[in-house]
Design a protein around this ligand. Structure first.
Ligand SMILES: Cc1ncc(COP(=O)(O)O)c(C=O)c1O
Length: 353
């Protein structure tokens, strides 16, 4: 057996809580991929990609959609298509667009100003202060939101908060973008439609390859002129792909079918969190609103790297959140038995400490 095959088999036998991005395509996705009508998306257009763009836009309640290789590119295009160089973007300080994607400022020439928040929601008074004409010589070109909020442990923005941000922005003619990588998780948690979550914002990005289980891809949706500009810019970035309907076919299955089961992942996450919190005061698991559990291991006196190594030896794959915390993400391949196995492994590692 080659090294790669050994690793693959080990990964398959593991309980993989690293991310919902590890989800594999469903059989229905493979079936759609095999029969998808294809074209050249850089020439006449790929009919399946167009179908996905129109379908996703309708589901999100927006005029038009654009299929892109990743949610990072969707967020980048939202900025490039709407914000001028030397303008600022206001967003919650722990947003993915700040934490992980802020290097994009090198390409966009924009400045990101992270504002303090609670559970992923910007403090509205601080937002209003930042919007005050005297606050900075920089013009504000965008306000960006994120739901569910990755770094806030999958927290979901209250719709009233989104509406309040939208009102502040609308009064000043500033567009609001939503990093909705996990928007369907937010919709499932709030028990509303994806369009209701996206209603307060102008543009929205949606990741297809997380809990929705497509192998790759994201959609940017919004007003037709903004999406037309994003389509032009996508070509400049090298994001126009050819017979991409093969991947878009899986995306169609993702947006039309897969959202309906995400509540299961949320229930699995709650079960995981509850089980970890029975292990004693040294391990503190967050109570999840969606599919992300943050585990604070400060009380164990051991660094996250050590925990990750010990858990991996027990077949549980996790990722660090800094030095003392781990992030566990539930998804389609995590069932009740996997949760029990993970809780037992945490308990055994704790006893061995
Ligand atoms: C909230 C959020 N936005 C954007 C992204 C980027 O997605 P992609 O990996 O498709 O570029 C992620 C990925 O984890 C995310 O969690």
């Amino acid at each position: 057996m080659s090294h790669d095959l050994t690793r693959e088999a080990a990964a398959a036998a593991s309980v993989d809580l690293r991310s919902d991005t590890v989800t594999r395509p469903t059989e229905a996705m493979y079936a759609r991929m095999r029969t998808a009508p294809l074209g050249d998306d850089g020439l006449e257009g790929d009919p399946t990609a167009r179908d996905l763009e129109e379908t996703a836009a309708a589901i999100l309640g927006k005029e038009a959609g654009l299929f892109v290789p990743s949610c990072t590119m969707a967020n980048l295009l939202a900025i490039l298509a709407q914000v001028r160089r030397s303008e600022q973007i206001l967003l919650e300080a722990q947003a993915h667009m700040v934490n992980t994607e802020r290097g994009a400022a090198t390409f966009t020439g924009t400045f990101l100003l992270g504002l303090p928040g609670t559970d992923g929601a910007m403090d509205l008074d601080r937002l209003e202060d930042a919007l005050h004409p005297g606050a900075s010589p920089l013009r504000t070109g965008m306000i960006a939101l994120e739901t569910s909020h990755n770094a806030a442990g999958g927290a979901v923005l209250p719709l009233q908060h989104m509406a309040a941000v939208s009102a502040l922005a609308g009064a000043r003619g500033i567009p609001v973008h939503l990093d909705g990588a996990r928007l369907f998780n937010a919709a499932a948690s709030l028990d509303v439609t994806p369009a209701e979550v996206a209603a307060p914002v102008d543009t929205v990005s949606l990741c297809l390859s997380k809990g929705l289980s497509a192998p790759a891809g994201a959609v940017l949706a919004g007003p037709a002129p903004v999406i037309a500009e994003a389509r032009r810019l996508r070509k400049m970035l090298g994001g126009t792909q050819r017979q991409i309907g093969i991947v878009a076919a899986a995306g169609l299955e993702a947006v039309t079918v897969m959202g309906a089961r995400l509540a299961e992942d949320h229930a699995t996450a709650r079960r995981l969190s509850a089980g970890l919190n029975t292990l004693g005061p040294r391990i503190v698991a967050s109570i999840p609103q969606t599919n992300i559990v943050q585990v604070d291991l400060t009380g164990t006196g051991r660094a996250s790297a050590r925990w990750i190594a010990d858990l991996e030896a027990a077949g549980i794959l996790t990722r660090p959140l800094g030095e003392r915390r781990l992030r566990l993400v539930t998804h389609r391949h995590i069932g009740a038995g996997d949760v029990d196995r993970a809780i037992a492994a945490f308990g055994a590692c704790l006893d061995a400490a």
